[in-house]
Design a protein around this ligand. Sequence first.
Ligand SMILES: C[S@@+](CC[C@H](N)C(=O)[O-])C[C@H]1O[C@@H](n2cnc3c(N)ncnc32)[C@H](O)[C@@H]1O
Length: 296
Amino acid sequence: MPEGLLIQGDNLAALRKLADSSVDLIYLDPPFRSEHIYRTTLSAGETSGAKIFDDRWRWNDESESDLRRLKLTSDQLAAMVGGFEAILGKSGRLAYILFMIERLVELKRLLKSTGSIALHCDQAASAPLKIAMDLLFGEENHLNTIVWCYGLGGSSPRRFPRKHDDIHWYAKEVDRYYFLPPVEPARSQRMKGKSKKIPDFWYIPSINNMAHERTGYPTQKPIALLERIVVSASPPCGSVLDPFSGSGTTLLAAARNNRSWIGIDIASEAVETSIRRLEIEGFDRNLSFQRWGLEI
Ligand SMILES: C[S@@+](CC[C@H](N)C(=O)[O-])C[C@H]1O[C@@H](n2cnc3c(N)ncnc32)[C@H](O)[C@@H]1O
C-alpha cells in the first residue's frame, strides 16, 4: 500500500521542510492568475457562498518583501526577477510571477536527478511561467509543453473558444529522467500493425456536471489526465508531490498506481475533499495528515 502525506498550509513553508532530491515527479496546478474568486460548486450553475481560494493578484507589501527576498537569494535570481520587474512593473502580474518563482526554486531542490516537473497553466500566465522555468530548470531540460484539450467551457463571439491548457514539463537532468509513454495504434501504412507514442496534445474531456468523479471542488482536473501524467513520468513505487493539491486528484492517481504521494493545500475544503476521495477507495489507511503554520 503506497504511503501518503497530506499537509494543510502555505506550500512555501511546507516545501522548505521537505528533504533535497527526494521526489520522482512533481505536478502542480496552481492558481492561474484568472482574476476569479473560486467557490464550491454544488450543482449545475449553483454556487455556495463558501470561498475556496482567491486568484486575484495585486502588488502589495507581501509582493514587495517577496521581491526583496528573491533579489537577496542569489545573483541568478536577482537578475531573473529584476528582468521581470523591468518588463512587468510592480503589478499584479509581477506579484503572481514572484509567488510562483519562489515555489519553483524549492520544487527544483526537491526533485531527484532522475525526476521531472509538470506545471499546469493556461494562457493567462503560460508565457512568463515558461520563461521562468526555462531560466530555473534550463531550456535544455524542457521536454514538452503538453496541450490538454478539453471540451467544456464558454465561448466568445470575438475569438476562437479557449479549449486547452498548457502543461510545461521539464526534467531535472535531460539525460536521466524517467519516461514510460502511453502508446496507441499507428495509423500510417508504413507502421501498420505497430504502436507509437501518443503525441503531445491530449484530448481528455473536462469534468461535466454529471460526471461520477465530480467532487464540486472548483478547478478539479480529470483523474484520467493525472493518471496519464503519473504513469508516464514516475517509476512504479516512486513518489509524487502536488503542492497545490486541491481536491486530491493527483494523490488519488498516485495511490491507484502504487506511487507514494505528498499533497499540500492551504484550503481546509481541499484537504477534506481529498481525504474523502482517498477513503472511498481505501487509500486512507497509510495516510498521515499535518497542519503547518495555521491556527487549528
Ligand atoms: C487550481 S487548484 C488545484 C486543483 C487540483 N489540481 C484538483 O484537481 O482538484 C489550486 C489550489 O491551490 C491552492 N493554493 C493556493 N495558494 C496556495 C498556497 N500558497 N499554498 C498551498 N495551496 C495553495 C488552492 O487552495 C487550490 O486548491
